[in-house]
Design a protein around this ligand. Structure first.
Ligand SMILES: [Zn+2]
Ligand SMILES: [Zn+2]
Length: 322
């Protein structure tokens, strides 16, 4: 930031350091008027080159790094500049102090003393708490955002696949927890929850992967809301919009396994886990009996997480870049 010397008119460059929070993160704000999204980054991680443009994690807007200062940081910098300006004026006036003693019989003494007032206050602020912290898998930049999904502010890589892996890992840990559980009802409850979590992790991943590529699909606007709660329907939609058959990205056996697991999630969420005719017809699961409760096995949930991990990775590889 630069200020002007009030006496000489010379420009004085001030290097103002923007403080980081207790975790070493610095607040940033998207300069796009329609967005103004707040996020934080850890300086000195990722591509450490101030000349590279930065990217808003929410809307993808790209601009020079110095356009991403938050309003509070700008006020802080201005208050420091104003303080330095005041100090400089005080110093210059101090130098002009003089005192002439009275001389002769009727001499008059003249003097000027400069009395400095209090310095203007510094406008301090506190960075906000955010919800999801990510280390970019492409450039190792550390950043945090509200919500979950985001573009890396440094290299623009989208974190949808990272979030999917993270959520599936949590689900695997959830399944591991059930091994030491003695209460059978609690064990069943947690396993059912783990299966539902797999589906919601893949659904949110798939929705986001399509949403950010809406501009690249055959019918722009239609990729903004592709549901992945039913794998069969999702694969038809993705084929129509992106010409990609996601069912072919894993083995036929794995695809069918995942499809049935997604149907089981539907039964758990909408039929309290009690098998209905629709499930029997669609799954061709001959071992299932109408009116009985689904039984979710730990190894089946783990297998599902592994299939979805691989499927997610292939989906991102095969879809066009956002
Ligand atoms: Zn933005
Ligand atoms: Zn990155």
């Amino acid at each position: 930031m630069s200020i002007f010397d009030p006496f000489s008119g010379d420009k004085i460059e001030l290097a103002i350091t923007i403080p980081v929070d207790e975790d070493g993160f610095m607040g940033r704000e998207c300069p796009a008027e329609a967005c103004e999204g707040y996020f934080k980054v850890k300086p000195d991680t990722g591509q450490v080159d101030d000349d590279l443009p930065r990217i808003c994690p929410y809307c993808g807007h790209s601009a020079p790094s110095d356009e991403f200062f938050t309003k509070e940081q700008v006020e802080y910098a201005k208050s420091i500049a104003f303080r330095e300006f005041t100090k400089s004026v005080d110093r210059k006036l101090k130098k002009m102090e003089f005192s002439h003693e009275p001389k002769g019989l009727f001499g008059i003494g003249v003097s000027m003393k400069v009395k400095s007032g209090p310095l203007p206050p510094i406008r301090t602020y506190r960075e906000k708490s955010l919800e999801t912290r990510t280390v970019c898998s492409e450039c190792s930049h550390e950043y945090s955002v509200f919500g979950l999904f985001a573009y890396c502010p440094d290299c623009s890589a989208h974190n949808s696949l990272q979030i999917l892996h993270r959520n599936l890992n949590l689900t695997r840990k959830q399944v591991d927890l059930t091994e030491s559980m003695e209460d059978p009802d609690l064990r069943t409850h947690i396993l059912e929850d783990a299966l539902e979590n797999c589906v919601s992790a893949f659904d949110s991943f798939g929705r986001e992967a399509c949403r950010v590529r809406d501009g690249k699909c055959t019918k722009p606007g239609k990729a903004l809301s592709v549901s992945f709660q039913n794998l069969g329907r999702a694969s038809t939609r993705v084929r129509e919009l992106f010409g990609l058959d996601i069912a072919l990205l894993v083995s036929e056996d794995d695809w069918r396994f995942a499809e049935i697991a997604f149907m089981q999630r539907h039964v758990l969420a909408h039929r309290a886990g009690v098998i209905d005719q629709k499930y029997i017809d669609e799954s061709n699961d001959s071992a299932s009996l109408l009116g009985r409760k689904l039984k979710i096995e730990p190894n089946d949930v783990k297998r599902l997480t592994e299939i979805l991990d691989r499927l997610g990775k292939e989906v991102i590889l095969k879809l066009p870049n956002p």
